[in-house]
Design a protein around this ligand. Structure first.
Ligand SMILES: *[C@@H]1O[C@H](CO)[C@@H](O)[C@H](O)[C@H]1NC(C)=O
Ligand SMILES: *[C@@H]1O[C@H](CO)[C@@H](O)[C@H](O)[C@H]1NC(C)=O
Ligand SMILES: *[C@@H]1O[C@H](CO)[C@@H](O)[C@H](O)[C@H]1NC(C)=O
Ligand SMILES: *[C@@H]1O[C@H](CO)[C@@H](O)[C@H](O)[C@H]1NC(C)=O
Length: 310
């Protein structure tokens, strides 16, 4: 009998200990989340279910005049550091419905975000003449010396599409993934051609397919910046909106930087096809770090921008 009682007591003690440890862990995690935020990081976004920081900026911009090219002080400084100064209330909360931070936008930023969201919502339509033209233009910019035999053609595989009809690969990214590639081809011809033809570095036997990787990058950026939300819910997304309200090409430019950065990581990790998702994750982390650096007022200030060649 005494033995049974002793066992019961021990079980109770163990249960109490487990509860205490769990509570302490929670408190510690909360401390970490708050600290992480105050360092201006966005990792907390990935901590589903933990403790979070709700942020609300109260000061509103005066810039109603010229959306997307506003000149107010608010839009001029784009760094995370600036954002930090504009935040007026930082409070730790544990309620589920407030589980993510939310950032209030100026009317100009709201406009820019809305316009980008409209672009993101356009699905590729094979019977739309404008979409067809964009696809032809992409071929032209990629292989100016080679005539395209048709919108559906085996030739597309040379570019790293999965089949002879690229539109089947756009499903994830929509028309914007084609626009991103086209912007890259036109504005950074040298880097685009190097990546398309896999001309730089000691390359893997099993390379990633260029065009499909491009669609994946569009998709990753939309997720990373949380562009489908009404308002940005992470620090990186809020920071990006500053750049977007200064220059409407910000998404396309960030795409070019990301593509080049991804290839850079691919080479330095000596990656092969199966490593593609790992490389993408490393690219995303690096990009998030760079976007949150202090003193970044334009995308051209990102360290990885230096990798691009026109
Ligand atoms: C695709 O484009 C064609 C031609 O412009 C148009 O008639 C059709 O309604 C579009 N389809 C969708 C789903 O938007
Ligand atoms: C393709 O490029 C050539 C010159 O490089 C140009 O003359 C032609 O109009 C272009 N075609 C398309 C469909 O963009
Ligand atoms: C593209 O990205 C998604 C999500 O990260 C991943 O599951 C998928 O395998 C990727 N596709 C290719 C072709 O790499
Ligand atoms: C926007 O950024 C692009 C890419 O750097 C640049 O070429 C363009 O001139 C910029 N536009 C404005 C209005 O600043």
């Amino acid at each position: 009998m005494v033995v049974v009682e002793a066992v019961v007591v021990m079980v109770v003690v163990v249960v109490v200990l487990v509860v205490v440890v769990a509570v302490i862990q929670d408190v510690v995690e909360e401390g970490v989340a708050t600290f992480v935020f105050s360092k201006g990081r966005s990792e907390m976004d990935d901590r589903g279910g933990g403790s979070f920081v709700a942020v609300r900026r109260i000061s509103q911009g005066l810039d109603r005049g010229n959306p997307c090219h506003s000149t107010s002080a608010e839009a001029v400084a784009g760094s995370a550091a600036w954002l930090g100064r504009g935040l007026s209330c930082v409070c730790a909360q544990r309620r589920e419905n407030d589980a993510r931070p939310s950032f209030d936008l100026t009317p100009a930023q709201e406009d820019c975000l809305q316009r980008l969201q409209n672009r993101i919502d356009v699905a590729y339509n094979s019977s739309d003449p404008e979409h067809q033209e964009a696809l032809k233009a992409l071929w032209n910019a990629s292989f100016p010396e080679e005539k395209l035999n048709g919108l559906i053609s085996e030739q597309w595989k040379e570019m790293g599409w999965q089949g002879k009809d690229p539109s089947t690969d756009f499903r994830g990214g929509g028309l914007i993934s084609l626009e991103n590639l086209l912007y890259f081809a036109r504005n950074f011809q040298k880097s685009f051609q190097d990546l398309l033809r896999k001309q730089v570095g000691d390359r893997a036997m099993w390379e990633y397919p260029f065009a499909v990787a491009g669609v994946n990058i569009t998709f990753m950026l939309i997720q990373m910046l949380d562009l489908e939300a009404v308002k940005p819910r992470n620090m990186v997304g809020a920071t990006f909106l500053k750049f977007l309200s200064e220059n409407e090409s910000a998404f396309d430019l960030l795409y070019c930087i990301t593509f080049k950065l991804m290839d850079h990581q691919w080479l330095s990790m000596h990656a092969s096809y199966m490593d593609f998702n790992t490389v993408m994750k490393a690219t995303r982390r690096q990009l998030e770090r760079e976007l949150l650096l202090e003193d970044i007022t334009r995308l051209e200030d990102l360290p990885s921008y230096a990798l691009l060649r026109r």
